[in-house]
Design a protein around this ligand. Sequence first.
Ligand code: C2E
Ligand code: CA
Ligand code: CA
Length: 317
Amino acid sequence: MLDEALLAAQQATLSGAAVSYGGADGAHARRRELDHVQRVKAAFAAGEFVPHFQPQIDLAAGCISGFEVLARWQARGRGVQLPEVFLSAFEIAECLQDLDLAIVDQACAHLRRWLDSGLAVPRLLCNLSRATIGQAGFLAAVDRVLARHLVPSHGIGFELTESHLLREPVRARALLDALRARGIYLALDDFGTGYSNLLALHDWPVDCIKVDRSFVRAVDTDSRSQDLLHLVLGMSRSLGCAVVCEGVETESHLAWLSAAGNSYLQGWYFAEALSPDLVPRLAPLFVRDAGLGKTPCQRARSLAARIHDAVGVLPPA
Ligand code: C2E
Ligand code: CA
Ligand code: CA
């Protein structure tokens, strides 16, 4: 009963709602959720959460310029589970920061192995939650992870959303400055959603803006998405920061984005998040290749085809 009361209170805190026990159906739903949280905690203790790696593409250079690190749950007997299945359980259990650091730690361990085997793996970008950014010992923990794996700070980066930073802007600003002073790359994630505003691009010391895939999804048809993309691209040029467009799925997305002058892309058109054993197969694409084609679209098609060949998946329909 205590667990259930705690869970209801935590859920209410997360959703901003009043605590409600909602009858027998509600009690049953809460029991199932509590069981799920316990399963996730046990799976975390058993080391079932691992990083997968989604390539980010630089069309101008014709190469893979980085990988976003995405958490996956290798649930015994149930295959690979996506964050939508487990992130809220970590949040309810108030240990999302443990997941974040475990994923950063494992990503750095992979990076060390790849560097040791002579692969020039580009930067790995890990996602950080609000709880992680707010954690008092976060900076020291990052330093320990980098030191443990002898990974150079420019080998990794973090993706953070503005809504997370705005909770405690003064502390967040100090944290970003400290991370950047170490040479760690910083990306403002999910731009265009939540609290994001163009003026913020001046305020936060970030190297890159990631435009949310909800804008990319409709960029070839919807004038609002097109306006946002043009504004972000123009502003980022004057600020000297990069723009990565997420969720690139089709030739039509690609054609519009490259015509608008965007060079950094990420999405299923190229690859989904890949398990670590597939990453070394992409090594030939870590270096600039002038022979991939003259136009950005040609280079994108060649890169996508080479990635699909290397990892053995069919190209998108
Ligand atoms: P995100 O940071 O916006 O990550 C991008 C999401 O878009 C990933 O979903 C990725 O698999 C998906 N995606 C990539 N390309 C495409 C595409 O072309 N089309 C579509 N429809 N989706 C695409 P995923 O892996 O399910 O992750 C969802 C969210 O979970 C992430 O969104 C991120 O906010 C969070 N997340 C993932 N790993 C971690 C982690 O280690 N720590 C924290 N705090 N959050 C994480
Ligand atoms: Ca992200
Ligand atoms: Ca994102």
